[in-house]
Design a protein around this ligand. Sequence first.
Ligand SMILES: NC(=O)c1ccc[n+]([C@@H]2O[C@H](COP(=O)([O-])OP(=O)(O)OC[C@H]3O[C@@H](n4cnc5c(N)ncnc54)[C@H](OP(=O)(O)O)[C@@H]3O)[C@@H](O)[C@H]2O)c1
Length: 359
Amino acid sequence: MKAAVLESFGSQLVIENMPEPVLGTGEVIVDVVATRVLSYMNEVFSGERNYALDLPVIPGPGGIGRVRAIGPDATRLAIGDWVFCDPTVRSRDAAVAPDIALQGLTAAGAGGMLLQKHFRHGSFAEQMRVPTENVKRLGAITTEEASRWCALGTLLVPYGGFLAAKLQPGETVLVSGATGNFGSAAVSVALAMGAACVVAPGRNNRVLADLVRRFGERVKPVKLTGNENDDRESMKRAAGGPIDCVFDIMPPSVSTTVVRAAIMAVRPYGRVVLMGGVGMAGGAGLELPYPWIMRNCITIHGVWMYPPDAASRLIALVRAGLLRLDEYEVTAFDLDHANDAVAHAATNAGPFKLTVIRP
Ligand SMILES: NC(=O)c1ccc[n+]([C@@H]2O[C@H](COP(=O)([O-])OP(=O)(O)OC[C@H]3O[C@@H](n4cnc5c(N)ncnc54)[C@H](OP(=O)(O)O)[C@@H]3O)[C@@H](O)[C@H]2O)c1
């Protein structure tokens, strides 16, 4: 089968013929129809992000495809089903605190690296082998629609954060990083889950105005100045009442003072979700005051990805019309142009942009 292979960090992807994946029990083989390219894939491939990838590897975190072969233990899947492949691979022998590898992207710790040795290859290929439990049925879609359904991979990340924080309809949310790729997805997911108000801070007035244009009055834009205390007061004012939940998804380049300005806008007894890459490249710590956390009974959730049942629940939100995939502007490349897709994704990051490869 044709695949894009990363041979070494800092090199271009090589498009070549690779052996087809071989099915084992507890696994599914999927014909990949569309897979999204993260805006920072270039930083993963250059080695700048220090993501743990055992090379050579076919990269690509999950995607949309059709079931080609199923193992003997699959009870619901059928050949030909349209599916979303969730890249969040969890060890099956540690139910309480499973190791995690993101298929075709990275892994955490020695256990994650062990998982990655088996489920190593990702979706920049004509076929991929996926753990059965990571294959989520979509129902009927057209081949054309497969590209837009790749947005699930982005939307699922903030959905995981809001599930962890038990977001309730009618609550007020602050999305720190609202003008980014994952942050804008967080705005749309919070609204789909019934948030009454989403405070959206950012530095770019045009992007903030676009969020209001898309989603209406429930979005409250806040222009950031870079002054921690002033910005926090502006965010509180914009909310017009207590902020129940602060969700942060800033990239590694952002300083902790920007994040802290948002976090400490949360109300007493509020919840904070940390999902960004802040600190992954080093730099100062978050330095949240111990007495502030304690006296205000603040709950802080660190969240990597989302629980195993999240994808099916999010698919239901899309099917119900509560979450719209047509917000996304898609640019598609074929596998032969995988390097162009990676470059395009890097220069076309930002809200509701989606770069996909269609193998
Ligand atoms: N936990 C997880 O499971 C998970 C999953 C996927 C990704 N992530 C992480 O999420 C991160 C964010 O990804 P992304 O693709 O959404 O990033 P992105 O599109 O690059 O987001 C940029 C955001 O950061 C803001 N920003 C940048 N520099 C700033 C500064 N100096 N002050 C204030 N705001 C600043 C931008 O605001 P402006 O509009 O004002 O520039 C924008 O809102 C990734 O880097 C990754 O580490 C985590």
